[in-house]
Design a protein around this ligand. Structure first.
Ligand code: G3H
Length: 482
């Protein structure tokens, strides 16, 4: 109802990936607490969104676009005032380096500004009338209803907002659940939400997913489900909706983006791009390079340079200058990654770099694992962390087969110079992935580019402009002219 209340219910501690020494050893530092809502309380938040939407007759869905834009502009001003607090929390809560934390904040603000520009353009186009075969028509974009938005822990501000704001600005009302890691950083923005939007238009829930989000899905009152996370999480939640055919899903899911490195690739550029591609934010990006397919003729030379470059990456705390490797927020992650590496070792691979795979508290030192083959979990399982599987190949068709057989299809990187071979690889893989990157790492940006994926990697396309379309539907107003 627009008031900020003091929470008197249960709380769960929020732990940082940054560890402190205790008598039990290294332990993740407790840096705050977050409310644990019951299903009843979550449903009350949903009902507020349902009331604000009011079957499409509410103040927000019927508001002029220019006015909705003013609300978002107000939010941007308030948000900018909280930059330092949010950046600090990005470092403390998810271990993002200061540079990456600042980038995430600024990129998110730019995303909102670009969204406003894109909406003005879309609105101008929608205002046009078209006349054909004696019928005059105007195509309008209208909202779906109530959107539930859930972002991932690796971009808890940016990717949460990249569905929340397009959904909102198109006239939907929203319930959103902050990521499990990256939950505190929403707190400095609560007043900005309250002061920028009418009551009931944005509602935030906290707590255990099954209890809170599960109840919302089971209620059947969610019209749009925007989720960035795992396939498993998305399909479990989707199944709970009593009318799945009435649920619009916008999903960013698992990926296992490969790099195919041909023997004529520029070694220095390839190594640099593969280091950033596989290890920035410790490989915890959906777009990270998660398998390096290296032609056997260049394997030795590539590995020598790649391993040397891994050795130069500095581990440390997020705010320390020059740091590249930081602690991992998910408590079970180091053990999970070790399990993946052990499985590969049991099937004949080796860890090639010194200290590769060592665990210190919540640090996992990057492991370069080679040769990886289809018997090993690392071949197709998404590691989402600092383990780099090397898959040697001889024939380009072997590399193409890897891409075609993969259950995932987000992006691909190709490194090489021979235009004919590159063209053949592009033609063979273009219908398998959402984007092919030439002599560069995989990435989502620029945010105006369509961001999607094939197979089990995505449903729907996001980008500044695409997101506005994905969270709205066209309705035609038509009349006869003759
Ligand atoms: O984690 C998934 C993100 O969409 C990756 O975005 O390529 O800009 O790091 P990015």
């Amino acid at each position: 109802d627009g008031k900020l209340l003091i929470w008197e219910g249960d709380l769960a501690p929020v732990r940082s990936p940054v560890c402190v020494k205790t008598e039990k050893g290294l332990e993740q530092k407790v840096i705050g607490a977050t409310p644990l809502l019951t299903s009843k309380e979550s449903l009350a938040a949903l009902d507020a969104a349902v009331r604000a939407y009011d079957l499409g007759r509410g103040v927000w869905p019927t508001m002029r676009v220019a006015e909705r834009i003013e609300h978002v502009e107000r939010f941007i001003v308030h948000m900018q005032e909280k930059r330092q607090q949010v950046v600090n929390l990005l470092m403390w809560e998810i271990g993002k380096t200061q540079k990456d934390a600042e980038k995430e904040f600024d990129r998110t603000k730019d995303y909102l500004v670009d969204t406003i520009h894109a909406l003005k353009e879309l609105d101008r186009n929608s205002a046009r009338f078209v006349q054909e075969q004696g019928i005059l028509g105007q195509v309008r974009r209208v909202p779906f209803g109530v959107a539930l938005c859930m972002g991932p822990y690796n971009y808890p501000l940016n990717e949460t907002f990249s569905t929340l704001f397009p959904a909102l600005i198109m006239g939907n009302t929203v319930v959103f659940k902050p990521a499990k890691f990256g939950v505190l950083l929403i707190r400095p923005l609560l007043e900005a939400f309250r002061d920028s939007f009418p009551p009931g238009v944005i509602n935030i829930i906290y707590g255990r997913g099954r209890e809170t989000v599960g109840a919302l899905m089971e209620s059947g009152k969610v019209d749009v489900f925007a989720f960035i996370g795992t396939n498993q999480g998305a399909s479990e939640l989707k199944k709970m909706h009593p009318k799945p055919h009435r649920l619009k899903a916008v999903l960013g899911l698992d990926a296992k983006n490969p790099a195919i490195i041909l023997e004529d690739a520029d070694l220095e550029n390839t190594v640099n791009e593969c280091i950033v591609g596989s290890l920035s934010f410790n490989g915890q990006r959906c777009t990270a390079l998660k398998a390096l397919l290296v032609h056997k003729k260049i394997l030795g030379a590539f590995l020598e340079k790649f391993i040397a470059a891994v050795g130069k990456l500095k581990p440390g705390l997020p705010w320390e200058p020059g740091v590249a490797l930081t602690p991992l927020p998910e408590p079970g992650k180091p053990a999970y990654l070790k399990g993946l590496v052990d499985d590969a070792l049991q099937h004949g691979a080796q860890v090639l770099n010194p200290n590769g795979g060592e665990i210190h508290g919540s640090f996992f030192y990057p492991a370069v694992v080679s040769p990886v083959n289809a018997k090993m979990r690392l071949y197709y399982e998404e590691q989402f962390g600092p383990v780099i599987p090397i898959i040697p190949f001889e024939d380009d068709d072997e590399a193409i087969r890897y891409v075609v057989d993969s259950p995932f299809g987000q992006q691909l990187s190709l490194f090489g110079k021979d235009p004919k071979r590159i063209a053949h690889l592009i033609d063979s893989c273009a219908n398998q992935v959402g984007r092919i990157n030439l002599n560069t790492q995989c990435q989502r940006g620029p945010d105006t580019f369509p961001f999607s994926g094939r197979k089990d990697s995505a449903e729907g396309t996001l980008s500044v402009a695409d997101a506005l379309r994905v969270f709205s539907i066209r309705t035609i107003v038509a009349t006869k002219t003759t």
